[in-house]
Ligand binder design. Structure first.
Ligand code: FES
Length: 153
């Protein structure tokens, strides 16, 4: 249950050729989806390393969405397959660290898949809203507050 007052923040790593184009199309088509995502454009999801996902969570994201081309359609041939493997490994690491693996998800969309993209965003926001704020974000906010108020002994 989310007892945190703020809305979930989702970082969405989108590949330039498909997912970013789908997000752009969703925007220009005025499709409704929650404004909780912060899009980071990447040339290809194959460029994304596990530490990119971890850094996003460490920096305050409650969830991370990795969106690449449909399987078999990556412009760099197998980038999205590499990303799929890295996302699966990262999900395992999150689980071992005591975080919910559902906070990280990979999806595949075509450049024309604006409806599909908007649907994935809605699903991700709903999933993360149910999980509640990331414990990492909560600890970071608490530490920042203590630093501001000088509460650290
Ligand atoms: Fe889209 Fe590789 S170019 S996933």
């Amino acid at each position: 249950m989310n007892t945190h007052n703020s809305e979930p923040i989702i970082v969405a790593f989108c590949c330039h050729y498909c997912a970013y184009a789908a997000a752009d199309l969703a925007g220009s088509g005025r499709l409704q989806y929650p404004p909780n995502i912060r899009i980071v454009r990447s040339p290809c999801t194959g460029r994304l390393e596990i530490n990119f996902f971890m850094k996003a969570l460490e920096a305050g994201a409650d969830g991370v969405l990795v969106a690449g081309c449909e399987e078999g359609s990556c412009h760099f041939k197998e980038g999205n397959y590499l990303a799929k493997g890295r996302v699966n490994t990262a999900r395992q690491l999150l689980k071992e660290a005591g975080l919910e693996p559902e906070r990280l998800r990979m999806v595949n969309v075509s450049a024309a898949g604006s409806q599909k993209f908007a649907g994935y965003v809605r699903e991700m926001v709903e999933t993360v809203r149910k999980l509640g704020p990331s414990p990492v974000r909560t600890v970071n906010e608490k530490n920042a507050k203590e630093e501001r108020t000088g509460a650290i002994q």
